[in-house]
Every structure is written in structure tokens, then in C-alpha cells.
Ligand binder design. Structure first.
Ligand code: GLU
Length: 304
């Protein structure tokens, strides 16, 4: 299927519409990004690529990395992982504190900040150099060595990361963080800081469109059953407290980040990355969501 015209058409239409929302300001470095950037890239399982706009410009991956870190932990621990983090949508914002106390320090799901911090703690147990493991997985999947950590973004987030510190210290007090809290948070801030463009992101996520296998079929990152479950968690928990609305409007598993990126997966067919930095009040890219809603409506490519 040739998606070039559909992608170009929706991209152009949205550029004519008024853009809404705000660039994430709570991480000072993210607030410096040009709010009108807008890129799209779709890669299908035959490795054919369709794109529009600022698809080759790098941005901060932020929460989208939580899918990759989760995959690495899940690949090694399988069901044992769910003793440390749940798989239920939380219905609360990504950095919510009160729910965690109610749940005795076991985060509702791996895509909340608390859940992703626990996953970082798990990666420190599993790998002697987890940063290297994460970046190597991204570079291998994207066949691109240009993917890198951004020290400026990581330092910027760390300088104001009081809520994440509160979450991590609370979980430490409840026995759900094994390592030094500062070290776990450093890893978390570093992996969130990684710079990618839409093409790299779409290439990375093809393993979830291919039931756990790499684009060239040579690597297996997850079993088929595991890939199904990660896609299910993306569908139910991938968009903060807007996951239901995203499923309702778009109908694909996906994950957003406060850098303005969204990646969505159509299992068996494609992975699709969109970037537009202005976020709606729930923290999801305003234009990214509009794009995906129109794309799945026009192409009827949804899992439902
Ligand atoms: N690094 C960000 C934070 O912890 C990630 C948030 C996001 O993209 O949802 O606040």
C-alpha cells in the first residue's frame, strides 16, 4: 500500500489549521524547541518508508523510551517483572504521587514515571552497562549510529526533577528500588534524553509491528506473546490519562512523550512516528494526535 499521498495530504491540511497547546516547559531545555516543527514517518514491514515535513530532525524521545526499556527488562525477566510493576491503566497523570502511596510503592504500569523508574532499577540489576544496552538496541533497530544521549536535556531534567525524585524515594522506602536512588534517576533521565528523528523512531518500533522481530528478521527482541503484551500495555497505558481517548480516536497501540513525539504500531503492517512539540493539556502532542486520528480514519488501518 502506498501511503505517500495520504500522509502528504493530512500533513498539509494540518499545517493550514491553527496549532494548539504548549511546548513542555517543566524541562527547561525542552521549552527552547521550535513549537511549529511537524514531521511524520511511516515504515512498513517490507521496510518501505513514507514521510512528510520535519521527519529527519531530531527531538527528545522522553517517555517513548519507556517501551524499549520495558522490552529489555521483560525479555529477561518475563512474568517475574510484574511483581515490581503492574499492567493497569492508572487514569492519573504520568507523574502522579498519591496513587503510588495507595498502591504501596508498586506502580500501576511501566509507562507512568514511577513504573519506568522501577524498570530502570531492574535494568541496573540485569546489565552492567544499561545505557550501552539501551543505545545499542536503538542504533541496531534503526541501523543508525547517529542516535545519541543528550547531556543538555538530561542535566536540564535533573535540575528540576523533584517529582521523579519524590516518586523514586517513596518507592525506595517501600522496598521497590534496589539501587541508589540517585543512580537510578540518572539512568532514567539519560534514557529519556535520547535524541531521535521520526524515521529512526519508526524504524525502532518496527519490532513491535513484527511480533518481536527486527526488520531484517535476524534478531528476536521479544517472543510473539511478549510483543502482544507490550502492544496491549501501549494501547491501555501509552497516553497518560488520555489512553482511552487515544484508543477511541486512533485505534492503534502507541506511546507519546513530552518531547512531542508519538509512535503508533499496526501489528503486521507498519510503525508510524509523528512529531509536533505543542502538547495538549494531557501532555500528548496536539498535532500528532490529530494526524493519527485522520490517518487511521482515512486508511481504516486500526486494530479494531
Ligand atoms: N522525562 C520525563 C519525565 O519524567 C518524561 C515524561 C514524558 O515524556 O511523559 O517527566
Amino acid at each position: 500500500m502506498d501511503y505517500s499521498q495520504t500522509i502528504a495530504h493530512i500533513h498539509q491540511q494540518l499545517l493550514l489549521e491553527k496549532n494548539h497547546g504548549q511546548v513542555a516547559g517543566y524541562i527547561p531545555e525542552l521549552a527552547t524547541v521550535d513549537s511549529e516543527k511537524f514531521g511524520v514517518c511511516l515504515i512498513n514491514t517490507d521496510n518501505v518508508c513514507f514521510w512528510a515535513g520535519d521527519w529527519q530532525e531530531q527531538f527528545s524521545i522522553q517517555s517513548i523510551i519507556k517501551v524499549v526499556t520495558l522490552s529489555l527488562a521483560y525479555q529477561k525477566l518475563d512474568a517475574q517483572l510484574w511483581q515490581r510493576v503492574g499492567v493497569e491503566p492508572s487514569g492519573t497523570p504520568f507523574n502522579n504521587l498519591s496513587r503510588l502511596e495507595h498502591d504501596y510503592g508498586i506502580p500501576r504500569n511501566p509507562f507512568s514515571n514511577a513504573g519506568a523508574i522501577v524498570v530502570c532499577d531492574v535494568l541496573m540489576e540485569l546489565f552492567s552497562d544499561p545505557r550501552e544496552v539501551v543505545i545499542t538496541m536503538l542504533r541496531t533497530l534503526a541501523s543508525d549510529e547517529a542516535i545519541h544521549f543528550s547531556q543538555a536535556i538530561a542535566a536540564s531534567e535533573k535540575s528540576e526533577g523533584y517529582r521523579n525524585m519524590a516518586l523514586a524515594y517513596f518507592m525506595k522506602s517501600m522496598g521497590n528500588i534496589m539501587h541508589d536512588v540517585e543512580d537510578v534517576l540518572d539512568l532514567y533521565f539519560d534514557v529519556c534524553s535520547i535524541a531521535v528523528n521520526c524515521e529512526q523512531l519508526a524504524r525502532i518500533f518496527i519490532y513491535l509491528a513484527k511480533h518481536g522481530r527486527s526488520a531484517d528478521d535476524r534478531h528476536s527482541y521479544l517472543s510473539r506473546a511478549q510483543a502482544k503484551r507490550i502492544n496491549a500495555i501501549m494501547l491501555t497505558c501509552g497516553f497518560y490519562d488520555e489512553a482511552g481517548d487515544f484508543a477511541f480516536r486512533v485505534g492503534l497501540p502507541g506511546k507519546s512523550g513530552v518531547g512531542g513525539g508519538i509512535v503508533a504500531v499496526m501489528p503486521g503492517e507498519f510503525s508510524l512516528a509523528v512529531w509536533s512539540p505543542r502538547l495538549n493539556e494531557k501532555g500528548n502532542s496536539y498535532r500528532g494526535l490529530r494526524f493519527l486520528e485522520q490517518f487511521t480514519s482515512m486508511t481504516e488501518k486500526t486494530i479494531f
